[in-house]
Design a protein around this ligand. Structure first.
Ligand SMILES: Cc1cc2nc3c(=O)[nH]c(=O)nc-3n(C[C@H](O)[C@H](O)[C@H](O)COP(=O)(O)O)c2cc1C
Length: 361
């Protein structure tokens, strides 16, 4: 209502009001940033800007615990624990006893996942291979013995697809990684070639190219290998435009975006607030790979900002109906770039502006 009121004010009065509001914000910022108690008071009494994040983090936590009982097709807990087992397996030197604190929880979760017909077969296969390896090397202690019993009690059918494909999903030596003939110069050229492209040819983009780009994007690192994100693809141009228009940063070019990808982070991957930033980090790492992959497929992209703005959130919510624990990380427009269109130079910081070398100890 206040912003509506400001819109109808004559420009000089609007300017004065804005200056007054700025002065109050500056002064209150100085006072309330003095310590964390005052900061809490500020966000309790004077600003509701973190409301949505608080709510999403709590909804995420509730969904995390709910999923322990009603498991879906993937489990952040199983993914995290299996990954912790992998790290124990490659430890130098490897300990005779490890993962005692969480192996029972892992086996419970695994058995639960196995009972779900829709559970990801690849994820189960990974869990099976790692658990097999773990139980083949670890020495028994009471909790490990109990977990071993619960694990092996389920029988040989606990190994989905292992009989079809002889290669396993367990840890392997670095020397087994594929060689690459991509040189530094070639990679740098790909980085130079990728620019934020905002103007596109009005040509459809084959969905299989987008899927290809998404699948290699998913090879990006993620904390504890949870991959707490998904990519929602709007490849109907009018839908893409409608979604692009929800973001302020597409003014003037939203109408001709052929495809838009909504990168969504999933806070239900975490039981603790301390991990709430990981959705942004992991989804962004994958998004960068997606954009570079798109480039190699002849497609151009532009990342689009998704600030926490009430109007945008409500509008996109009306279109996508995301669960409360999912947060939009960014949008990515994608399509065949219009070769005649302009690219901002966007000078990049280098060397000492972005690098600090720590002093020797
Ligand atoms: C998180 C993020 C949000 C961005 N949001 C927008 C946006 O809303 N609108 C836009 O036109 N460009 C946006 N960009 C593109 C940047 O302007 C662009 O990356 C930057 O100027 C560097 O140019 P380059 O990507 O061509 O190297 C965004 C980029 C990032 C990484």
């Amino acid at each position: 209502m206040i912003s509506n009121l400001r819109d109808v004010l004559p420009p000089p009065i609007k300017y004065a009001v804005n200056r007054f509001v700025d002065a109050i914000i500056t002064a209150s910022g100085r006072i309330f940033s003095a310590n964390r108690w005052l900061a809490n008071l500020y966000y309790f009494l004077l600003s509701r800007r973190f409301d949505r994040e608080h709510l999403a983090v709590l909804k995420g936590r509730a969904a995390y615990y709910r999923a322990l009982c009603e498991m879906g097709d993937t489990s952040p807990l199983l993914r995290r624990n299996v990954h912790r087992l992998e790290k124990g397996l490659i430890m130098q030197p490897r300990r005779n006893v490890f993962a005692e604190a969480f192996i029972l929880e892992t086996v419970h979760c695994y058995n639960c996942a196995k009972g779900r017909p829709t559970y990801s077969q690849d994820e189960l296969r990974w869990a099976t291979d790692v658990l097999d390896e773990y139980f083949s090397v670890v020495e028994d202690t009471p909790p490990i013995r109990k977990a071993r019993k619960e694990y092996s009690g389920e029988g040989a059918e606990s190994k989905p697809r292992a009989d079809i494909d002889p290669c396993t999903f367990k840890p392997y030596p670095l020397s087994a990684c594929p060689e690459t003939d991509v040189s530094f110069e070639q990679l740098a050229t790909l980085f130079l070639r990728r620019r934020s492209v905002r103007w596109y040819k009005q040509e459809p983009v084959p969905p299989e190219l987008i899927q290809q780009a998404i699948n290699v994007a998913a090879l990006a690192p993620s904390a504890c290998n949870r991959q707490p994100y998904r990519f929602i693809v709007a490849n109907d141009p009018s839908r893409a435009t409608e979604i692009a228009e929800c973001a302020g940063g597409t003014t003037g070019f939203a109408h001709q975006i052929p495809v838009i990808i909504i990168v969504v982070g999933d806070l239900s991957a975490y039981p603790k607030e301390r991990d709430r930033h990981l959705i942004y980090i992991d989804a962004s790492l994958a998004s960068m790979q997606l954009m570079l992959a798109a480039e190699t497929l002849g497609l151009s992209t532009c990342p689009i900002n998704w600030p926490d703005v009430d109007w945008s959130e409500r509008r996109l919510q009306g279109i996508l109906d995301l669960p409360g624990y999912e947060r939009v990380v960014m949008l990515i427009s994608i399509g065949y770039g219009d070769l005649a269109s302009g690219i901002p130079y966007s000078q990049k910081k280098q060397n000492e502006l972005i690098t600090q070398w720590c002093a020797e100890k």
